[in-house]
Every structure is written in C-alpha cells, then in structure tokens.
Design a protein around this ligand. Structure first.
Ligand SMILES: [Zn+2]
Ligand SMILES: [Zn+2]
Ligand SMILES: [Zn+2]
Length: 337
C-alpha cells in the first residue's frame, strides 16, 4: 500500500500542506527525509506520496509530522509569523471547555527533550533553555500511567492526527497541565474566599489555612450567613481532627462524639451539611472515609474547587446569598455568641 504523507518538509525546513504546496519544488518525508512526491490532480485528494523501500510507516510519519507541526506553530507564534497556539482545557470549577492561550513565558519548543527525571518527551515547551512543559504525541500508544505519574513536568497528550488537522488548537487526551480556571471562575473563587474571610472575621471565627474545607451557609436557626467547615472523614468516621478546629466546630454532645457546625450568632447546631441535598458539602466526593492521604494540600485545594463549583452551579456567578444587601428583608444581627 502506498504511504501517504500528510505534510511534507520543504527545502527551507517548513512543513507544506499538499493543497497549497507550490508545484515543482522539492519535498521530503518529515520522518525519514527521502523525497516525497506531490500528487495533486483532478481525481485524488491532494497528498504527498512516499518513495518505496523506506523504513517509514504511517505511524512514524504521523508521529514525526505532529511533533514538527507543534514546534513550527510555537516558533511561528514567537517570531510573529503566526497566531498564538492554545490548549483546549476544562475549567476545574464550572467544567466548561475553553481555549487557553500559551503563556508568554513559553519562548520555544524542542523535540525529544530529555527531562531531569530521565524521561524523554516528544516535545518540550521551553522558557529560555528550561523545559517548562511537555507534549506527548499519541499515535498508537498512549502515555502509560507509570510514566504519567513519574513525569515531573506538566504535560498533555495529543493525538497525532488531530495535531495534523489543527496544529494551533491542541485538544488533549490527557491533561496534566496546571489546573485551569476560566476567567469567570477565577473571579468567582476570589470573591468566594474574600467573602468567607470577611464573614469569619465578623463572626469571630478563625479561617484555618490548612485541613479545613469551608463554605458559606445560612444558619437553620437564625437564617443568617455563617462559615461552615468540613474535613476528610469528619462525619462518617466521627473523627476528631488533630488540627485545632475553629470555635464554631464542636462536639455534638459528650455522649455522642460527632462533630457539628454551630452557628456563631445564635448557637444552633447545623444538620449534616454533606447529607442535606442543598447542603454546601453535598458532593458524592465528600462521602469518602478519612485516610492520611486525604490530608495533602492538593486534596484540600481540589475539595475547595468542588465546593466552589457546587456553589456556582446552585446560585450562578452573581448569586451570593450571604451579604446583607443581597438578601431582601435581612436584618444583620451583631450579637455574636
Ligand atoms: Zn519516510
Ligand atoms: Zn469556569
Ligand atoms: Zn444562627
């Protein structure tokens, strides 16, 4: 069977598309460097054909072509010849997809870069001379989970044929780049954290920087907003945390060692906030048991994103529901227990 080359190298080292490559020039296979023949006639779809007796396969050609197209896209962008490449990514809060443009700090891309941890990646994105992220091209074999776990560089895995059809918007099969927030969610997250901090100060409750996940909730007694807390295994195992709890987290009663959130204004004990369907921690991910691994910073951040995402889904980006102005008829009570 004839080998087809989707993009061929010209004498200047650029990749050419068979639809637009000038006739009469020389073209080469990006993978093995042998001559490629431009076939653009009336009947067949334009393509480059590979000469016989070559070690190339469709896989090796796709793999190499995709790598070179990525490197060319980055270098065209940096030299002002082309647009800035972007990565199609899922926002970690609203779960919608956006094209995230490559950041300015990326200054180039290099093929077959060896990383500090001894792996070789298909393409490294560079900042100066330092690899800052990796791109793996998937043709026949996906990046295995062992390598994925060992790679210290943030990386994405792209399908070779998808890169060839669009080298400017990368749509990862696996995305281990830094967590992505869309602009709206970034604003939302900031406002959420500020509001919680303010509310905590107003009610004389500390907002710990570690271990405690928090949200904002209207008290079931006085209907006023309060900061409420959760931590891994808090309700299932009825475990008491090692880290000092904020003063609004208390034991339910001496005979029942469960922890509860207590309203700092009226003293009312709140129901289980992950079991109530409209509770601020009503997430299936929160019905897990405690294990020491749950207490990493990354897990804390990831739980906070789930909490904030839940809030966003319920109330929308402007439905705050916890400041005096936004709750009609709400009269602020200053008496703090
Ligand atoms: Zn070849
Ligand atoms: Zn978002
Ligand atoms: Zn209350």
């Amino acid at each position: 069977m004839e080998l087809r080359i989707p993009r061929a190298l010209g004498v200047d080292g650029r990749m050419f598309n068979p639809e637009s490559a000038p006739r009469g020039d020389d073209y080469f296979c990006p993978s093995c460097g042998t001559f490629a023949i431009l076939k653009r006639g009336e009947i067949k779809v334009p393509h480059f054909a590979h000469k016989e007796n070559s070690s190339c396969t469709n896989e090796s050609i796709t793999h190499k072509t995709a790598k070179l197209l990525i490197i060319q896209a980055v270098s065209d962008w940096k030299s002002g010849r082309g647009p800035r490449p972007a990565v199609h990514r899922e926002c970690c809060i609203c779960e919608k997809y956006f094209n995230q443009p490559l950041p300015d700090k990326v200054t180039g891309a290099r093929e077959e870069q060896r990383t500090e941890d001894g792996h070789r990646v298909d393409v490294a994105l560079l900042s100066g001379d330092n690899p800052v992220a990796a791109i793996e091209i998937y043709v026949a074999h996906a990046v295995d989970s062992v390598k994925a776990g060992q790679l210290k560089l943030p990386f994405v895995e792209l399908r070779g044929d998808e890169v060839i059809s669009d080298p400017l918007v990368w749509d990862p099969d696996q995305d281990y780049f830094r967590t992505f927030f869309c602009k709206e969610c970034k604003r939302f997250e900031r406002k959420f954290t500020e509001s919680a901090r303010q509310l905590a100060t107003e009610t004389g409750v500390s907002l710990p920087a570690s271990f405690y996940r928090f949200s904002i909730h209207l008290c079931c007694g006085c209907s006023q907003p309060m900061v409420v807390f959760w931590w891994p295994g808090s309700s299932r195992k009825r475990g008491w945390p090692d880290v000092d709890p904020p003063r609004s987290v208390r034991r339910g009663s001496p005979s029942e060692p469960a922890w509860v959130n207590v309203c700092p204004r009226c003293g009312k004990t709140q129901p289980s906030l992950e079991d109530e369907p409209d509770g601020p921690f009503a997430l299936p991910e929160f019905w897990r048991d405690a294990s020491p691994g749950d207490e990493t910073d990354e897990n804390l951040r990831s739980d906070m994103r789930l909490i904030i995402g839940l809030r966003l889904k319920r109330f929308g980006p402007t439905g705050w529901m916890w400041s005096a102005e936004e709750i009609p008829g709400w009269r602020y009570r200053r008496n703090i227990l």
